[in-house]
Unconditional design. Sequence first.
Lengths: 196, 274
Amino acid sequence: MPTPTRIQAQKVTGLTTLVGKTGGIRDLPKFMAAVAEVPDGSTIILDWSRIDLATASYFGAAIVPIIRMTMVGDLDRYFVFAGLDQTSLDELKLVIEYNHLVIFLGDLDRGGGVRNLRVLGKLESPYLETLTAIQSAKSASASGLYKQQDRIGTRIGKTGWVNRLSHLHRLRLVKKHKVGRELVFETVQKGDPNGR
Amino acid sequence: MSQNILRVSDIEHFHWALSEADVPSTTPFNGTLLSLAAAVELAAIQAQQHRYPLLGRSQSFTCKNCPLWSLVKQSGWPERRKPLVRRTSEGVAVVIPAQAEGLWWTDCLHRLRNELMTKGFTTKLATGLTGGVAEMVDNVWQHSESAESGLLIYQVRTRKFAFSVVDAGIGVLASLSRNPRYDWLRSSMEAIRLAIQPGVSREDGGGMGFATLLNNMADLWGNARMRSGEAALVIDRTDTTENVRSRKEIYLPPLPGMHVSVRCALDPPRRPSE
């Protein structure tokens, strides 16, 4: 799995205050260009650490369209948001929950990676359980999870696991690739939620 | 016809009488003082009467001694079209051009945030309130459909903050009605009630501005007043015994555009006996 690419919002926009729909519309092409430079299937850490303020309207116009593109399959990228202060995080939460989206949130570590990976947005408990199962196993297939379901504590059929994993992939919370004839799902970040 | 024209005396109905939150001095204005919101709304009334002189008798105001009125007049709004930032000891007036361009606005926001932090607001509150101001100004650009400028006036005092944003655009009812989802709206009051909810906008995917403003005021004492058309909606939290917000709906003669006024403080208002 390639190392996540870090995109700094401050470098992309040249600003530390990102406000309003007007600002979001202005900056959407800049973010789009930065994301397009990263290879398909990559994980991108969107770093907001040098941003003093980003508002919900800004996120709604500059970032939500890109997340939607990943969800409909037009853009093969996986995002982790990091470095947000509490005010900007509250704003991001507002717009993510309103739009029924789910994203990964993490804390930046000194090495430029992210730790303490967690979900922002409303994710139903079955999907959260499945995500946790994948994070603890690093990668898994539907048949693998089906075989381990006694340990996981969830008893559903293999198709149930396929559906859950496919939904998580649609939300871009897990990566998918083929090993032989089997679809294998893995976390968007190497290692555990702390990147270890 | 004259009943449809806003008069200076209507300001008494604004429920924006003198407030320790946003009037810093005791300079008299016709025996009283204009609050920040009242000064801005009077300027909007005057601008409307100049725009349509046939609708009613233009009224003259004697406001020479009111510092906030002087600040509003010094800004040159609504005639001025280019951005302008005027700072006085009473407050700051910012003329918002019809089109957002340049970095002047970002600089204004930086300065406002720093001012709030030096006057006792935490970084989180200062940032949040700055975001609220930014969103209200952004509404002028996104929704007013006006070639005329807008006006922002704000005052930062120790542990207190007040601001007003006004435009001479189409108003919230006409703006929301552009969205087929809300074309059933018939009154400005209905439109304002709806507009303050998250995600309600003329275009799908927007409408987070009021949520940003109100969320960031949630831990503060004070109120927010949204005024457009014939309606004014005041969201208030001044009760010192109960932490509840109340809503007041006030019907007034129509005023074009949108006027948002906020005043807030870190401390509860003093009771008269104190």
